[in-house]
Design a protein. Sequence first.
Length: 131
Amino acid sequence: MSYYFNTLIKGKSFEEAIEKVTAELKKEGFGVLTEIDVKETLKNKIDVDFKKYKILGACNPHFAYKALQSEDKIGVFLPCNVIVEEHENGEIEVSAVDPIASMSTVKNETLGSLASEVQEKLMKVIENLST
């Protein structure tokens, strides 16, 4: 079982891809709570050069609230991470965590159904990016 799903974005710059991903997440009820610039962080912390790579911490507040009501330690899996990375050939790849895979160790039926709903929404985001 893969722990993520992904797609390539054609004809967009890295910055345009971030904007498009954020917009598609919003359409599915997600906001971006955190944005980690891995390239910048690695340069500042350990002085290494790395490709353009951002981690977007996406959260759908309704699902997060339901999940937290069902399992108060589920916050260790929140928010849902979506990465945007630029490969050496200039292609932009977007990957999203599969919430079913990440929560599979938690034995809670309510969470299972919530994870399925979140998975469906994140998969739709990824599918919409490739069109």
